[in-house]
Design a protein around this ligand. Structure first.
Ligand code: GCB
Length: 597
């Protein structure tokens, strides 16, 4: 609010202050406060919260969270909210699935609940949100705590000293698509809204383990493990203890200024899709300890080959969105397991989790089930590459993702984006992200899903210089109906790095039959899949494929009557009950691919 506005005598803040949002933008919650405590249990704040769609942002404009019910003389004030009488919504969930009236709603919504708190001896307390799409402004007991941007990564807020016996938490969630956001205002999936992952209260000692990293040291001949610990609190010098009982390992890590790292000899059984071996790892420091289950493996590239634990591999994959007919983006553990099981039934050993970080549970389950993963941040299509704020946001989302999943053996690739035009601004933006990923995590490969150069018909993208693996999205047979160009495209290219066909595919309405010339039928999709796989099979530098996509998903851009607001490129119907003909083409292709060399 400007000085000029304030001196106007009839100025009423909640209706005249057009810049009401500015005050909230000053307190940003980002990766620097993220806590990652492995498998340690926390107290759940899930459950039923009171909820209200707030289309005009009245909560933020009129400061509802201050709960001012009376004036200074004790007279009752008129208010436009009644938190405890509002309807109730389940957290975690998407409001779009809660009520048909909210299916396509985009904007602000207010979530609030009361909860009791009793100190059990802890000195520090945090609230952790698994994810809120897309922005969250968090208030506790009338106080503004800060705002988080980025709809698919976790964030933590310290609430030490701010809790009473009875508390009210209030979150203003906003899923408005914006040009400057990551993703921006145009993307090919459904824009769900809400607090759709777990909310937890974390009780900790004064000095605690904030997060830790442990992985097999790349290039050590599978003989060395590297571990690092980050602590928080006043005792920032001392010794942490690391234990992996099953390997007979007990090590001390010296902590200096809240950080310590160690490398030591160890020869664990290596994690792989065939043998997803996990070890229980415990770290202790002062009065605190954390445990997790961790696999050890090495992923590397050499020339145009990808190696897992020194063995050449072909990534037999499929893409998947975090989407469900029943739960939207708030997919359940059962649904995650079902997706992996279906992928395995198709002979997959790998999945591309498109186009944003899926729930952290997905990587945990993949660790257990033996599925390698590509994880991605939503630097999708026409992000505002020239905008420095957009870069900060993208880098923060990447950092939050890496801090969250660095101990997951299943994750082998970080993807810094998808299908972006090769402009100078994009090269600067995305090469910086690739470097950041490599700097934060030397135990994984970095990739991006690049576009085809349709003029030169060859793999060509300046970003490739910064990637370990080249992801290529090509839709020969579909968006470019001339499938015969595919072989020319591959033959014209001479990549020096391994290539993954990160996408190919075609629409097919489940159960719609016809000839291979009939668009939107399973038969046409199958004929494109046959052409694609027969061509890909012949190309030695291709070291993986993840066709688009495991199952049909909601998509408000798709208005053909056979699409019905779904992207119907799935190998399965949206409810996964029907396998399209192409599912079996992929299954057979993957069954034979290991014999390719
Ligand atoms: C793509 C995009 C993906 C779309 C898909 C399609 O290349 O990466 O997000 O959904 O094509 O169906 O057009």
């Amino acid at each position: 609010m400007s000085e000029r506005e304030k001196i106007v005598e009839n100025f009423v803040e909640n209706i005249h202050c057009a810049t009401y949002e500015e005050r909230y933008l000053k307190k940003i919650i980002n990766n620097t406060t993220l806590i990652n405590r492995g498998r340690n249990e926390a107290e759940s704040l899930n459950g039923f919260w009171n909820f209200c769609i707030d289309q005009y942002d009245s909560c933020l404009r009129s400061k509802w969270y201050e709960e001012k019910y009376f004036d200074e003389e004790g007279r009752q004030l008129p208010i436009d909210y009644s938190f405890d009488q509002w309807e109730r919504i389940k957290v975690p969930s998407c409001w779009n699935m809660h009520d048909e009236r909210y299916l396509l709603y985009e904007g602000s919504a207010v979530y609030t609940r009361r909860f009791k708190y009793k100190n059990n001896g802890e000195k520090r307390v945090f609230i952790r949100f698994g994810a809120v799409n897309h922005e969250a402004k968090v208030f506790l007991n009338k106080e503004y705590l800060g705002m988080h941007k980025g709809g698919s990564t976790p964030f933590c807020i310290e609430v030490t000293g701010k809790l009473n016996d009875e508390n009210r938490i209030l979150v203003v969630v906003n899923n408005t698509r914006k040009r400057t956001n990551v993703p921006c205002d145009d993307f090919d999936w459904f824009n769900y809204g809400g607090i759709y992952r777990d909310v937890e209260l974390i009780r900790l000692p004064e000095t605690f383990i904030k997060r830790f990293e442990i992985y097999m040291k790349p290039g050590s001949g599978y003989k060395k493990i590297r571990a690092a610990v980050y602590t928080d609190g006043s005792v920032n010098q001392g010794n942490a203890a690391l234990e992996i009982n099953e390997l007979g390992i007990k090590k001390e890590i010296s902590i200096v200024d809240g950080f310590g790292e160690i490398e030591f000899e160890a020869t664990p059984e290596l994690w792989s899709p065939e043998n997803p071996k996990l070890y229980e790892v415990t770290l202790s420091y002062m009065n605190d300890s954390v445990t997790d289950k961790v696999g050890f493996r090495e992923i590397a590239v050499k020339g145009t080959d990808i190696y897992l634990n020194g063995k050449k591999i072909f990534l037999k994959g499929v893409c998947a969105h975090e989407d469900s007919v029943y739960n939207g983006k708030a997919i359940t553990e059962d649904e995650i397991r079902e997706n992996f099981r279906l992928a395995k039934e198709m002979n997959c050993n790998y999945m591309r989790l498109a186009h944003y970080p899926h729930t952290e549970k997905a990587a945990r389950i993949a660790d257990e089930m033996g599925i390698m993963l590509w994880e991605e941040i939503p630097v999708y299509w026409a992000i505002d590459f020239r905008n420095p704020e957009t870069y900060i946001d993208a880098e923060n989302q990447l950092t939050e993702l890496i801090k969250r999943d660095i101990n997951r053996a299943s994750v082998i690739i970080w993807s810094v984006g998808n299908e972006n035009a090769d402009t100078d601004a994009r090269l600067k933006f995305m090469s910086a992200l690739a470097k950041k990923a490599q700097e934060l995590d030397p135990s994984r490969l970095v990739s991006a899903a690049c576009l085809v150069n349709h003029i030169n018909l060859r793999i060509e993208d300046r970003l490739i210089d910064y990637l370990d693996i080249i992801g290529v999205n090509e839709y020969f047979g579909w968006y470019d109906p001339d499938v015969s160009k595919l072989l020319t495209f591959f033959n014209n290219s001479n990549p020096e790095k391994p290539v993954i066909i990160s996408e190919f595919g075609a629409d097919a309405r489940a159960c719609e039959r016809g000839t291979s010339d009939d668009i939107y039928t399973e038969d046409r999709q199958m004929s494109i899949y046959k052409e694609q796989t027969e061509t890909i099979r012949k190309i030695p530098y291709i070291k993986g494929t993840s066709p688009w996509i495991l199952f049909d998903f909601r998509c408000p851009r798709r208005h053909h009557y056979l699409q019905g607001q779904y992207n119907i490129k799935g190998l399965l119907s949206a409810d996964k009950s029907h396998k399209k003909l192409s599912f079996y083409v992929m299954k057979e292709f993957y069954a034979g691919i290991d014999k390719k060399d």
